[in-house]
Ligand binder design. Structure first.
Ligand SMILES: Cc1ncc(COP(=O)(O)O)c(C=O)c1O
Length: 418
């Protein structure tokens, strides 16, 4: 088969595809693998129960059932749902959104594909623009979405060392350079993979920088505010006309519904809707149908606050304790867990590199994600890039406990301290 440049890029061997294949193969070869690698949300019975009841009531009503299965929705998403989302955000945060500020996508991943490529890459005047990540490590799902090469630039973070084997990344504003080649800035808040939550001050400085350079600030709220609200620090949700906030129903427990929600100026939403019509024709109906009622009666907030947030907050504290017990005085550091569903473990001075560590753990039946994949946009050599692992703590507690023990055993061997 002769592939086009597009085909070579998207059907060829990209790092993320290889990694996902490897994770998938490892799981199918050994179903007992301890899976601390993916982004699947944890299973929360009370939350699953609500989804089930909502689905049953839709299926019982012929009209709702027909609109779930039998109708193409607009590529912007069903109007009543968009109105409900806008009203919910206005009520919660005092924003002044209308349904024209909201678009629905088939998962937030595909929203990023469209938004990034609408803004960055080759421009019609033959210049090129890049998406800038003010703090990398960032979500590895961004890495290969650009239609052109050199699609991302990034700023290395400042590292603050904290007590008890913790550290925290901060945006290094003194080295954050935005210029006429920058199309937009993007941050995930909380950040996948680190669990970092950018402070209100960092967000407002980014907003000022974005507005001063006349570029949008994209905030990826897949784990964030107002839902699923997996944030353990006190921070304020942020949006203004220059912000593109991308939300998702996935981490609430609905990754199969493939529903992203874009909140942006009318101009951005119009452009996005046209692109979505070309690429997807229409929006999936399941996520909006399940969530409609939850926006209307604020249940999306109470589920996040009463079930989802406490589950991950308690689990993260527990897993950090397990690491402390198992790792003893090994030279490891954990990024202060401030949100999301992962721990980001830094093995300082690791003699074997994160890829080898990943392979050895896989041999031992534990799947994690090697950290070098997440340094999107940072091309230069930096030893730190090869010394980190992302460890999901969303699976059941016994499994995670066992995984931590094996990670510590392999770390001890890697440092040759056995
Ligand atoms: C930070 C972040 N953004 C976006 C996504 C994409 O999520 P979805 O396409 O399921 O909405 C993920 C998925 O893991 C993520 O971790």
């Amino acid at each position: 088969m002769k592939l086009s440049a597009f085909g070579e890029k998207f059907a060829g061997d990209s790092g993320i595809v290889e990694l996902m294949d490897d994770l998938g193969n490892a799981l199918s070869e050994n179903p007992d693998m301890i899976f601390m690698g993916g982004g699947n949300p944890g299973r929360l019975p009370a939350v699953e129960q609500v989804f089930r009841e909502n689905m049953e009531s839709i299926l019982e009503d012929p009209q709702q059932r027909h609109s779930l299965f039998g109708i193409y929705q607009s590529p912007q998403g069903e109007k009543e749902f968009r109105k409900e989302v806008a009203a919910f955000l206005n009520k919660q945060f005092g924003w002044s959104l209308s349904c024209q500020n909201i678009a629905v996508s088939n998962g937030s991943q595909s929203a990023f594909f469209m938004l990034y490529n609408m803004l960055a890459g080759e421009m019609s005047d033959d210049t090129r623009r890049a998406i800038h990540l003010p703090l990398s490590p960032e979500y590895l799902g961004y890495r290969d979405v650009g239609l052109t090469s050199s699609f991302f630039t990034a700023t290395r973070p400042k590292i603050e060392r904290l007590e008890d084997h913790l550290f925290k990344y901060h945006i290094d504003f003194s080295n954050l350079n935005v210029d006429h080649n920058t199309a937009a800035m993007c941050v995930s808040r909380p950040t996948n993979p680190t669990g970092n939550v950018l402070t209100d001050n960092e967000i407002s400085m980014l907003d000022e920088l974005a507005r001063a350079n006349d570029i949008p600030l994209i905030i990826d709220g897949a784990y964030g505010l107002p839902f699923p609200n997996i944030i353990f620090t006190e921070v304020t949700p942020f949006w203004n006309d220059n912000t593109i906030l991308v939300l998702s129903l996935s981490k609430l427990g609905l990754p199969g519904a493939r529903t992203g929600i874009v909140v942006a100026s009318e101009e951005v939403i119009q452009a996005f809707t046209r692109a979505n019509a070309v690429i997807s024709l229409s929006c999936g109906t399941m996520g909006p149908a399940l969530a409609h009622q939850m926006f209307r009666n604020d249940q999306i907030l109470s589920l996040s606050r009463d079930h989802i947030l406490p589950f991950y907050r308690e689990r993260s504290t527990q897993v950090v304790d397990w690491f402390r017990q198992e790792m003893g005085d090994l030279p490891y550091q954990i990024h202060k867990p401030e949100g999301a569903i992962f721990l980001w473990v830094w093995f300082e001075g690791l003699p074997i590199g994160s890829q080898e560590m990943y392979q050895r753990l896989k041999q031992r039946g534990v799947l994690v994600v090697p950290g070098h994949n997440f340094f999107v946009g940072i091309e230069d050599e930096w030893a730190h890039k090869n010394q980190c692992l992302r460890v999901s703590y969303a699976q059941d507690a016994d499994t995670v406990r066992q995984g931590v023990r094996i990670i510590a055993e392999e770390a001890r061997k890697a440092y040759d301290l056995e």
